[in-house]
Design a protein around this ligand. Structure first.
Ligand SMILES: [Zn+2]
Length: 138
């Protein structure tokens, strides 16, 4: 497979790299306003790309922090223990899908697909406005 067919991502320090076939990445992104993501990201929400786990190649050794989510599932959050960059998350009970953070791809030239879904909208700040046309899920 040629390099143009693969999207490469990396954390800030470059210790962790991701490679995903372009056609394995979703055509739409998801946004999550849950309190755990807000806390972990230090921002209003996180932008996620749900991707088949088998399509993701990781180099380096991300640290994993497991947390019991509001749904009762366990979310494994992968991050770089050197630079702190959030890489992805995976629900332990549904390991076939990985929620890759957009952040590691920010410098790759990969164009972030438009979001179709904003989860935990009730956790959004009172002054936030949803993206036009998205489905809001409380
Ligand atoms: Zn790093």
């Amino acid at each position: 497979m040629e390099s143009a067919d693969i999207v490469h991502g990396a954390c800030l320090c470059g210790q962790i790299t991701l490679s995903v076939p372009r056609n394995a990445l979703p055509k739409f992104a998801g946004i999550c306003h849950c309190l755990d993501w807000k806390t972990a990201s230090g921002s209003l929400y996180t932008v996620k790309l749900p991707t088949a786990t088998k399509e993701i190649q990781i180099e380096g050794q991300p640290k994993i922090y497991s947390v019991l989510s509001a749904s009762g599932n366990t979310a494994d959050r992968y991050f770089c223990d050197e630079c702190g960059c959030a890489i992805m998350s995976r629900v332990k009970e549904h390991p076939e899908t990985t929620y890759v953070n957009f952040g590691p791809f920010a410098k790759s030239g990969f164009a972030l697909p438009f979001p179709v879904l904003e989860q935990f909208w009730r956790r959004g700040e009172s002054w936030e406005k949803p993206f036009e046309g998205v489905t809001l899920v409380d």
